[in-house]
Design a binder for this molecule. Structure first.
Ligand code: GRF
Length: 201
């Protein structure tokens, strides 16, 4: 039986994508997709023999459905069963989300339902939270809102800046995302909880 294939969508450096590649079996990540040809993760994927598809969103302007139709067209070249969003900075339409219903997941740098959207680390610091973290969830039409598949938390430390906190959370993202995806590939959907212990502020 063929193993399920993954597509990983990125817009930047792709450190979560690299963690996913390292955390699943060789060949499971069938393609890395980006809206940005200069995304560092695209060069890395090419160097590591992984297929890439770059679809620049800019020529499509407001036509998000047109941009997504091109993504769908390119994805058809690969054998993809599950889309993993990993720092993909484009909001997807309800139509695209519905097409991949139950077959698309995302990692978000907060303990959802707290801090949907951007600037999550600054918002956790501003709120004086003792713990912060990351969440892997199914993608639904509402932003950062789908059923939670796993969460990992870290302490917020005295003197943290958004940058130091982001780095601590990112380290947990790299452990959480492959672990959740491995469980999904095995058919397990019970939420996974990981925790980095340390002194809270
Ligand atoms: C991560 O913090 C992820 O949670 C967020 O964007 C960042 C992407 O980082 N959605 P990278 O490209 O995986 O290094």
């Amino acid at each position: 039986m063929t193993r399920p294939g993954l597509a990983v969508f990125i817009s930047g450096g792709g450190s979560n994508m690299k963690a996913l590649v390292a955390g699943v079996r060789a060949g499971d990540v069938r393609v890395v997709v980006s809206n940005d040809a200069t995304a560092g993760g695209i060069a890395w994927a090419k160097e590591n023999g992984i297929a890439t598809e770059v679809i620049d969103h800019r020529p499509f302007g407001e036509d998000r459905a047109g941009f997504e139709a091109q993504i769908t067209h390119r994805l058809a070249r690969h054998d993809v069963d599950l889309i993993c969003l990993a720092g993909f900075m484009r909001v997807l339409t309800a139509g695209f989300v519905a097409h991949w219903d139950g077959r698309m997941v995302n990692i978000h740098p907060s303990l959802l339902p707290k801090y949907k959207g951007l600037h999550t680390h600054q918002r956790a610091l501003d709120a004086g939270d003792a713990r912060h973290g990351c969440t892997v969830h199914r993608v639904t039409a509402a932003l950062d809102d789908g059923p939670i598949l796993g969460q990992a938390s870290v302490p917020v430390l005295a003197g943290d800046t958004p940058q130091t906190l982001a780095a601590r959370v990112l380290g947990m993202e790299h452990r959480l995302y492959p672990a959740v995806v491995q469980r999904l590939l095995q058919g397990t959907t019970d939420p996974l909880h990981l925790s980095f212990e340390g002194e809270s502020r």
